[in-house]
Structure formats: structure tokens, C-alpha cells
Design a protein around this ligand. Structure first.
Ligand SMILES: [Zn+2]
Length: 426
């Protein structure tokens, strides 16, 4: 789906540019229907890798094992032995679509030093078989522990991955403004170098994590360009719907006993501190808040501080309580939403919040209340096609589904309204 001519400046308001570059080179597991397809793709990739001395690292992402049948080994992913055979000694791993779970082979586990004696890290889990040996499936902090032990791209590889990402966003998807919502400290200087070489067509707005913000603010005079600029700070107030860690005002229908209503990743005081620090630097804050509890906590903090800097945002806003909808316009807070996630998440939403489906992405109410609403995709969690968010915003269901399957159809918006949320020139 192409943007209509009325859209003057197509904007991706929530992406992760470098990770998109890495993801473009990974095996795309989104269309696989089970573990056998995954093994076949890794077998083919392993066979194509040159054995030039450097141990190759085989990567995949976008897997949705929760939709697969169980394998003879007992789990949704293939067995570790099967994965090892397919990858012929190379270290290999495949991320789940939401980057909160991964499946690693024995060579990758060994590189990270994970074996039957490794305890689960705080906030993570190493899945084990009946004998206590890792199965290769790692969740949350355990997945990150392995990921951070894998060899990082060096500087020249980093530049070529960035080039691949900017090319895809600008030339394949025609974006002219891209917001990076967890910008690494090196990203600004690296993009400035591409811009100086005349390689950028879009402008890049960088939102580093709070812990990197002051350093980025101090250095940005050196790398700020017309097309590359420091935009604000980023915090994470809760987790994700898929892992039932999004912070809700009421418990999930299928929430785990340890956190029945999700998890608050920051205290009210810490959110308020972040709001104040950004405001003192003259920059806005973007707060990741998926559950209605997290959304309220951010609005409360902004209301207490009343920052003078414009442009404060809440990212995702997957559920919003009716009482909080008018507060976006009242407090001049932008709702930065990614309607495209509704499409793959319909079943998970029905299972997790069946009593509050009418509160899912209440875009109709936000627009009617006068709130500023902007759209993005959260690439590489999903592909950055604006058409997916247009489909979700207008029809509230996947293409080809019966109208009765729509989630909160009363929150539907028109196609023109949806495109306007992608238009930085609107
Ligand atoms: Zn994101």
C-alpha cells in the first residue's frame, strides 16, 4: 500500500534503526509454520556460509512458536540436538518476534558459558530438560545474557548494517522522517558520517535511554545535522503484552501468579525524576507504556511536574482507561502508537484482556479528544509497512477476516485519518 499524495513527509515514529539493519540480514522466521521449517532455513544458511576461519554466527528472528504444534521432543521449538545438526557446529540463535525469548544451539550456549550449572539470572529463565540441561530456550534476561555474549559487529560492519537499514527505510518504504526510540550513544555520530557522505534522504530523530541522555546532550553539538538530531530521552515503564509484563490497572485473565496484573518497571518517583531531568535539558521524554496502569503512571508524573518543554510522548498505549483519554490533550502528551501490532496480537488480546477489549488502542477516542496521535511500527519487531497500521486502524482486524472478528471496531478511524498519523508534514 502506497502513501497517498496528500502525505507530504512519511514518518516512522517508532523504530530501531541499527537493529533493523541486523534483522534484514537474519533468517526471517515470521512465515514458518513450525520447527521443521526453521531447521530447514538454518541448514540452508549454514551450508551457504564460507568457512574462512572466522566462526560464523547464524541469526534468525520474528519466530512465533506459540502458534506452532509441539515437536516430538516435547516443546514448541525444535530439539537442541536437531538444531545442532542443522547448524553444523556454527553458533546459531533465533529470536522470538518480540525479542523476549530466543532459541540457541549448543555452540551459542557454550560461547555464552551457559550449561546445566548456570543459575537462572534475575528476571530471566533458562528452560531445562528433565535432567536439568538447557534446552536452548532462554527467556527475558537469560536471552539477553546470551545475546550480549555473541560477537558484536565491528565498526565497518556496523556502518554497512546502518546503510542497509537506512536504504530500506528510505528507498523501499519511502520514509522521510524516522524516530529511533532507543538510540545507541554511537548512532548520532555514525548517521552524521553517512549524512556528510550525502547518503541520507530522511531525517533521523534520536531518543537515547535516560542513562545515555546527558552524554548525548553534551556531545550532540559535534554530530547534530539538519538530518540527524537529538530528540529526547526514553524510559521503559512496563514490559510487553505477550509476556504478560505490561502493567495493567486490573489483572489479566491468564496472568501468572507472580505478576497477575503485569509489572511496573519504574516507581512513580523515578518516572517523575526522568520527566524533570528531560525538562531541565529542554528535551521531551518518550515513555514506553503498554498497559493502562503504565499509561496512567506516566500521565500522573507529567501532571505533577507540568514540564515546559513540548513534545512529551507515551509509546505504544495499547490499553488506555477511559478516564485517562482526555488527559493526553489536557497535558499536551502525544500518543505514539503502532496499530499494526493489533494484527498479530488479536488472539493474545482475547486471551489476556477479554473483559477490556474495548480499551485496546482507543484511537477514535484519542483523536476525538483532540490528542496528537502519531503512528510507527516498532521495526524490527514487525515490518515497517504503513499499510499494516492503516489496515489495523481502519478495519481493526487482519485482512480477509470477518467483520465480526474486529477488536474494538468502535475505535476505528478513516483511512485519511490514519495516513495523517504517518504524516510529519500534517
Ligand atoms: Zn521499540
Amino acid at each position: 500500500m502506497q502513501a497517498p499524495p496528500s502525505v507530504r513527509c512519511l514518518r516512522e515514529a517508532h523504530g530501531h534503526v541499527f537493529q533493523h539493519g541486523r534483522s534484514l540480514g537474519m533468517i526471517d522466521a515470521s512465515s514458518f509454520d513450525g520447527g521443521d521449517a526453521l531447521l530447514a532455513a538454518f541448514r540452508e544458511r549454514a551450508a551457504g556460509v564460507r568457512t574462512d576461519g572466522a566462526a560464523p554466527l547464524l541469526l534468525g528472528d520474528k519466530a512465533r512458536p506459540e502458534a506452532w504444534a509441539r515437536t516430538p521432543g516435547g516443546g514448541k521449538w525444535p530439539t537442541l540436538e536437531g538444531f545442532d545438526r542443522a547448524t553444523a557446529g556454527a553458533a546459531a540463535l533465533c529470536w522470538c518476534f518480540d525479542y523476549h525469548q530466543l532459541f540457541a544451539n549448543s555452540a551459542a550456549l557454550a560461547l555464552a558459558g551457559i550449561d546445566q550449572h548456570t543459575p537462572d539470572p534475575v528476571g530471566g529463565r533458562i528452560e531445562r530438560d528433565a535432567d536439568g540441561r538447557p534446552t536452548g530456550v532462554l527467556l527475558e534476561k537469560a536471552a539477553l545474557m546470551l545475546w550480549h555474549a555473541m560477537p558484536e559487529p565491528d565498526e565497518s560492519e556496523r556502518t554497512s548494517l546502518l546503510r542497509a537499514a537506512t536504504h530500506d527505510l528510505e528507498h523501499v518504504h519511502a520514509f522521510r522522517e524516522v524516530h529511533d526510540m532507543k538510540a545507541q550513544p554511537w548512532l548520532g555520530p555514525a548517521l552524521a558520517e553517512l549524512d556528510d557522505a550525502g547518503e541520507l534522504r530522511a531525517s533521523y530523530h534520536l531518543w537515547p535511554l535516560m542513562e545515555d541522555l546527558e552524554a548525548s546532550h553534551a556531545s550532540c553539538a559535534r554530530w547534530s545535522r539538519e538530518r540527524v538530531r537529538l530528540a529526547g530521552g526514553k524510559i521503559f515503564v512496563d514490559g510487553t503484552l505477550n509476556s504478560r509484563t505490561a502493567w495493567m490497572l486490573a489483572p489479566y485473565a491468564d496472568g501468572p501468579p507472580e505478576h497477575p496484573a503485569g509489572m511496573a518497571m519504574m516507581s512513580p518517583g523515578a518516572i517523575e525524576d526522568a520527566v524533570r531531568l528531560c525538562d531541565a535539558l529542554g528535551l521531551p521524554l518518550a515513555a514506553h507504556a503498554i498497559g493502562d496502569g503504565a499509561v496512567r503512571a506516566v500521565l500522573d508524573a507529567i501532571e505533577r511536574v507540568r514540564p515546559r518543554t513540548p513534545g512529551f510522548r507515551i509509546e505504544h498505549c495499547e490499553l488506555i482507561d477511559p478516564a485517562d483519554v482526555p488527559r493526553f490533550a489536557e497535558l499536551s502528551v502525544t500518543a505514539s502508537v503502532q496499530p499494526c501490532h493489533l494484527l498479530p496480537d488479536m488472539e493474545a488480546l482475547r486471551a489476556g484482556v477479554p473483559d477490556r477489549l474495548g480499551r485496546v488502542l482507543p484511537i477514535r477516542e484519542l483523536l476525538d479528544s483532540g490528542a496528537r496521535v502519531i503512528f510507527g511500527s516498532d521495526v524490527p519487531i514487525v515490518r515497517p509497512h504503513p499499510g499494516d497500521s492503516i489496515q489495523a486502524g481502519v478495519h481493526r482486524r487482519r485482512e480477509g477476516m470477518n467483520a465480526s472478528a474486529a477488536i474494538a471496531p468502535e475505535q476505528a478511524i478513516s483511512e485519511d485519518e490514519a495516513w495523517a498519523c504517518f504524516d510529519a508534514g500534517a
